[in-house]
Design a protein around this ligand. Structure first.
Ligand SMILES: [Zn+2]
Length: 500
């Protein structure tokens, strides 16, 4: 009977006496001699991984066996893991040799060609695989170490690229995409614009994927929630959330502000209230027949817009005509001097009472911040005494850090000027006096605030004039002190265009 010997050693194993090539070959030759095999050839694999079956000598051996079909009776290996560490690979190789009439014999492991033997063989191959997986686990730990150094080990996200030598690599922002991403966050942090609007705008600036396509809705949503853009590593599967050592694309405060807005929008914003700068009167304008809020949409490639009632069939108002009329109507409001004085007084009172409230809220937050800092000290103390492991302590501290960041955002809500100076008061009054004349130029958010202030219960457009079911006290006051110039009647009547 003829046999060939296959030996394999990895670079690391060469120092280990028991696994050395000479030992493997010696033991295989010994086995051959004892079992009546004549050694035909020896194949040696040096320094290559057990992982892949695409090894040079193994391939040569397989080729040799195919070419000499019928001549070779057995392949002698020192141990199963010499052939492969993966069960599936090992079985595939065994099937390959069996088809050529060649037995695979492990010289140090008692395997017979019986059901028990085959079972044992599978077990041994599996344990070789397990060993391989443990090695993988070790490299995963290495990965955690590298992440803890603040380095991003994975595929670089949009706006970043991988730089640096292998083993010391990290990510760095890449222009112009990084700049566009920063612009996205700046736009969102204002809170006056919807995510979808920013997404559409960003495509126009040139924010595209690495393949040159516009970002899909889901990609965009994922991007604006990815803390990597504020320079943080977030790998939940490895328990990692910490500041990275690479450059952030977005300021941390801006990023947190955007998250805060996204969270509160999810909770508060009903669909019909979504602000759309294309249709500023949506949310204020009601149907003259049924009293429902009107919806609005574009037709004919965004050239003609309409406000419509979703219930009544022939309430269909031309956007351009309606908004021009509304703007003219606001301009026609003349604020009486007495009204202005009253408003001034009201602003002052309002500011004083708010200031008190704000101070109370800020004191509450300050107390919470102190409590959290005390809890953090306790965690550190428990960690030092060995009660909390490093990783548990780190997780807890990260949670508290997040709480503190949230509270810092809360405080911004209550920021107010320390003194209501005369200048500021006059500015506010002037602003109010002029705001009705500047409606066209206002952003969508202040527009909506103005609508709420002037028409708390909405407005109705009928036969060319605007009316309101409930007058705001401001308008009521203004009407009262200046009866001749009542604000609720427009001086001009404008033809209402109804579609045919
Ligand atoms: Zn209606």
């Amino acid at each position: 009977m003829k046999a060939i010997i296959y030996c394999r050693v990895s670079t690391q194993e060469q120092v280990n006496e028991g696994n050395s090539l000479l030992t493997q070959e010696r033991l295989c030759r010994q086995y051959g001699k004892n079992n009546g095999y004549e050694i035909d050839k020896v194949f040696v694999e040096e320094g290559e991984s057990a992982k892949t079956i695409y090894r040079t000598s193994l391939k040569n051996m397989m080729k040799y066996c195919t070419l000499t079909e019928g001549k070779i009776d057995a392949v002698l290996i020192y141990r199963i893991d010499r052939l492969s560490r993966e069960t599936a690979d090992y079985i595939a190789l065994k099937v390959f040799f069996n088809k050529l009439g060649i037995k695979v014999i492990s010289t140090s492991e008692p395997i017979e060609d019986t059901p028990t033997g085959r079972f044992l063989e599978t077990v041994l191959a599996s344990s070789a695989q397990m060993d391989n997986e443990i090695r993988g686990e070790r490299s995963k730990n290495g990965m955690i170490d590298r992440l803890k150094q603040g380095r991003w080990m994975f595929y670089a996200p949009l706006g970043y690229r991988t730089e640096g030598a292998k083993g010391a690599s990290n990510i760095e922002p890449v222009e112009p995409i990084a700049g566009y991403i920063n612009r996205v966050f700046m736009a969102l942090s204002s809170g006056y614009i919807t995510v979808e609007e920013v997404r559409r705008d960003s495509a126009k600036w040139g924010l595209v994927t690495n393949r040159g396509k516009a970002l899909s809705i889901s990609m965009f949503h994922k991007m604006i929630r990815n803390p990597i853009y504020k320079g943080y590593l977030d790998v939940p599967s490895m328990g990692i959330y910490q500041k990275g050592s690479f450059k952030a694309i977005v300021d941390e405060k801006v990023f947190d502000q955007v998250q805060y807005i996204l969270e509160s929008k999810k909770k508060k914003m009903p669909i019909y209230r979504k602000l759309n700068p294309d249709f500023p009167l949506r949310g204020a304008l009601k149907c003259s027949k049924c009293g429902k809020l009107l919806t609005a949409s574009w037709a004919k490639q965004r050239t003609i817009g309409h406000y419509r009632c979703s219930v009544c069939t022939n309430v269909n108002l031309n956007k351009k005509v309606l908004e021009n009329t509304f703007s003219e109507y606001l301009k026609s409001i003349v604020w009486n001097q007495i009204t202005v004085e009253v408003v001034k007084e009201a602003l002052l009172l309002n500011w004083q009472s708010h200031k008190k409230e704000y101070e109370k809220e800020l004191a509450k937050i300050a107390k919470q911040q102190i409590e959290i800092r005390e809890l953090m000290d306790k965690v550190v103390d428990k960690n030092m005494r060995g009660v909390y492991s490093d990783s548990l302590a780190k997780t807890k501290l990260n949670d508290y850090e997040r709480n503190l960041a949230e509270l810092r955002l809360e405080t911004q809500k209550y920021a107010s000027p320390d003194v209501m100076e005369a200048d500021l008061l006059n500015y506010s009054v002037d602003f109010m006096r002029n705001i009705t004349g500047m409606w066209d130029k206002l952003d969508i958010e202040p527009k909506h605030r103005l609508h709420k202030m002037l028409f708390p219960d909405g407005i109705v457009y009928l036969n060319g004039i605007f009316t309101t079911p409930v007058k705001s006290c401001l308008i009521e006051l203004n009407d009262l002190v200046c009866v001749e110039n009542s604000t609720m009647v427009t001086p001009r009547r404008i033809e209402l265009r109804l579609p045919g």
